[in-house]
Design a protein around this ligand. Structure first.
Ligand code: SF4
Length: 210
């Protein structure tokens, strides 16, 4: 059971959103705006298998799915899609992503944050984890080196500051906008959109909150 205090921790999913686009992160986690598009629908379908808590044993490896993780010290809380517990004591987090194999810092930061929680909760050191790309069914190994750990802690601080301020950053149009589910709400091509009130008239059936 998550305490009231823990429910105030920064969601690890917000870190991924922030690295992808700070404005997207604020729209979702400050303004509670969420639009579905083909990418999010596909992602949700492909994610279904790891969204339900489950435990299994395979080739001597215990596999936990949808494992809750948190760190009050680091101010974060979330859920690991998969954590493998190997016979030699290795703890190995695996994050599922829809689409083909691709490198993305936003995915790496999310995985690193999960690993940092696991390290603290289980008193272990985790050298690497992996992103499993569902469409191509390939793993991309992510080394949890000092640079990624530092980057992740910087993102945590930035997201905490943004959530506390309640501010929505201005739109900065870029390549990331092409598959952003919030494109219609954000209007990145419309110039400097400043007022979050612009997003409030979204129809109920056009967005979901979480
Ligand atoms: S449309 Fe572009 S600027 Fe707007 S939230 Fe999405 S990624 Fe960010």
């Amino acid at each position: 059971m998550v305490s009231t205090h823990m429910s105030d921790l920064v969601p690890i999913s917000a870190l991924q959103h922030f690295v992808y686009c700070p404005r997207q992160c604020a729209l979702i986690h400050v303004a509670q705006v969420w639009n579905e598009n083909l990418h999010t629908q596909k992602g949700r379908r492909e994610h279904a298998r790891v969204d339900e808590p489950a435990s299994e044993q395979r080739d001597g490896i215990r596999i936990e799915r949808a494992l809750p993780v948190w760190s009050e010290r680091l101010d974060i809380i979330g859920k690991c899609d998969v954590v493998e517990f190997h016979p030699d004591g290795t703890v190995y987090p695996v994050e599922y992503k829809h689409g083909p194999r691709r490198k993305g810092l936003h995915d790496d930061v999310q995985l690193c944050a999960q690993a940092l929680c696991l390290e603290e909760m289980l008193e272990v050191t985790i050298a690497e984890g992996a992103i499993f790309h569902v469409s191509s069914r390939r793993r991309r190994v992510v080394k949890l080196d000092d640079a990624l750990r530092k980057e992740t802690q910087g993102v945590i601080a930035a997201v905490r500051a943004m959530l506390d301020s309640g501010q929505i950053p201005m739109a900065e149009h870029g390549k990331q906008c092409e598959c952003c589910s919030l494109r219609n709400a954000c209007l990145p091509d419309a110039g400097q959109v400043k007022d979050i009130g612009l997003f409030e008239p979204l129809e109920d059936n056009a967005c979901i909150s979480f």
